[in-house]
Design a binder for this molecule. Structure first.
Ligand SMILES: Cc1cc2nc3c(=O)[nH]c(=O)nc-3n(C[C@H](O)[C@H](O)[C@H](O)COP(=O)(O)OP(=O)(O)OC[C@H]3O[C@@H](n4cnc5c(N)ncnc54)[C@H](O)[C@@H]3O)c2cc1C
Length: 462
């Protein structure tokens, strides 16, 4: 049955698909691929539907929703790896690893995305995501191997030693090389960490990050102020980092945490009174300095589905709106000038920043289409985007400006968000993109795996 689908956060990627298939096993995934092949239909693959450039949908095609393919296949207690079906989402993996019958929390994942949990491992692999670790490359480094159902419906194991090229293409390959059926993830020993928070200026931020790393901190980020009317705009932030704590450090029940209602209040203020939002957020974070977390637990962050519908009502918005995200990368030593230029431009053009953060990434030397080409600073902007021609045009322009500001400094941007980059911008950050498309056709000559995102770039580069 035809169905209208859309992404969760921006809601800007509506597509009518011919049908949605929801297999719950390897055989089911194979049957879905075989059926699309027999009927000569394009097939798109989705997980949590959080990507924002139409990577997970193909208008008029078949949609394979992987979320029911979500079992844990095996935990290797000795080696510290876990094999899971790729439709599993982080809360289920977290619960499994924490359960007393599975070792009671001896092992943890090293990193996951922040700000949302109901994302699948398949989605994480296909975008090659990262979290707020201070010294890690993207998640490819945590992947031991994959089982990929290819365009002929056959399962193929790939890793650094078996079919290494396919491995490098599938990780960060946006579902264009097959359906990731399962993944063997490298785990790390679960440990306790202490959150240490200061509110500080962006000046000298990289040196401050370096100092944290030298002192053994494992995770951290800098969440900046977003009120363009304030001197603090993009330049003052909540710098919160996490260092190892003793195994017997107490974690009392009732540690301070934001409730869902607190989050909703902050989201409202982030739109209506940005300085107040920052003041409250900073006060909350400062009050949690010294609290103890598990190394995986502090990475969890509930996402409120459809929060913007209620916000639009509260704000009396004349048109529906959502937020659109972008992530930019710049050489660390150029972070200060990049942010100063962005602040001036966003003030000039009245860009509405709702939320933003700065993190670090280590270089990815393993995937075919790496975004972490170097040891970059990562700057994330969540922009309010009204769903009108003018609102979309403004966000489109702001994001293109950001891409230029990053790439002119030797940086790059993340492909998992919008697809508003120009051809020149795409090729500047991803010069191997035409070869990536050629490899796609080599592995999938009938172009069984397609998406609106793929079709856009195929056309752009034709
Ligand atoms: C609020 C929010 C916060 C975010 N935070 C971060 C962050 O901190 N760090 C970060 O790196 N990213 C972040 N992202 C981006 C997000 O991690 C990626 O877009 C990710 O791919 C989404 O996973 P998903 O399960 O929702 O996949 P979907 O959006 O459904 O799909 C994404 C891509 O993965 C492919 N795919 C999914 N499952 C499979 C499979 N089993 N086999 C083959 N292909 C598959 C799809 O075809 C598509 O190309 C965030 C996004 C949002 C909206």
């Amino acid at each position: 049955m035809p169905e209208i689908v859309n992404d969760v956060h921006s809601k800007l990627n509506e597509a009518e698909v011919e049908e949605v298939l929801e297999p719950d096993s390897l055989a089911g995934v194979q049957a879905a691929v075989a059926s699309a092949r027999e009927r000569e239909r394009p097939l798109a693959v989705c997980g949590g539907r959080h990507a924002m450039g139409g990577q997970q949908f193909c208008a008029g095609g078949v949609l394979l929703d992987t979320r029911a393919v979500s079992r844990v296949l095996g935990l290797d207690d000795e080696g510290g790896t876990i094999e899971v079906e790729a439709g599993i989402q982080w809360p289920e993996l977290y619960a499994y690893l924490s359960a007393p019958e599975n070792g009671g929390g001896a092992w943890a994942f090293a990193q996951k995305q922040t700000g949302a949990d109901r994302l699948t491992l398949g989605g994480a692999i296909s975008a090659n995501v990262h979290g707020r670790a201070l010294t890690l490359p993207p998640i490819v480094a945590d992947i031991e191997s994959l089982v990929l159902v290819d365009a002929s419906g056959e399962p193929r194991t790939c890793s650094r030693s078996v079919e290494p090229e396919l491995f490098s293409l599938a990780v960060g390959g946006y579902g264009l090389f097959g359906v990731v059926y399962s993944v063997t993830l490298r785990l790390v020993p679960r440990r306790k960490v202490e959150r240490v928070v200061v509110v500080r200026s962006i000046e000298g931020l990289i040196a401050a990050f370096d100092e944290r790393v030298r002192s053994g901190f494992l995770y951290g980020d800098f969440q900046f102020a977003t009120d363009p009317g304030s001197d603090d705009f993009l330049s003052k932030g909540v710098f919160s980092c996490y260092r190892p704590a003793p195994d017997d450090a107490p974690m009392p029940a009732g540690q301070r945490a934001l409730s869902l209602d607190d989050w909703k209040g902050l989201l409202y203020l982030a739109h209506a009174n940005k300085s107040e939002a920052f003041a409250r957020y900073a006060a909350h974070y400062l009050a949690t300095s010294g609290q103890i977390y598990h190394s995986d637990g502090h990475q969890m962050g509930e996402y409120i589905d459809d929060y913007h519908v209620e916000l639009d009502r509260l704000l009396g918005a004349p048109h529906p709106a959502t937020e659109m995200i972008s992530e930019l990368y710049v050489p660390r030593e150029r972070l200060g000038e990049f942010v100063a230029d962005v602040a001036a431009e966003f003030r000039r053009t009245d860009v509405d920043v709702i939320y933003g953060t700065i993190r670090l990434i280590e270089r990815d030397e393993e995937t075919f289409l790496p975004w972490a080409r170097d040891r970059f600073a990562c700057i994330i902007f969540n922009l309010h985007t009204e769903h009108t021609a003018e609102g979309l045009g403004r966000s489109d322009e702001a994001f293109r400006y950001l891409i230029d500001a990053a790439s002119s400094r030797g940086g790059s941007y993340f492909l998992t968000y919008h697809r508003w980059a120009t051809k020149e911008q795409l090729l500047r950050s991803y010069p191997q993109f035409p070869e990536f498309l050629a490899k796609k056709r080599e592995y999938d000559p009938e172009e069984r795996f397609q998406s609106d995102w793929y079709r856009h770039y195929r056309e752009l580069l034709a």
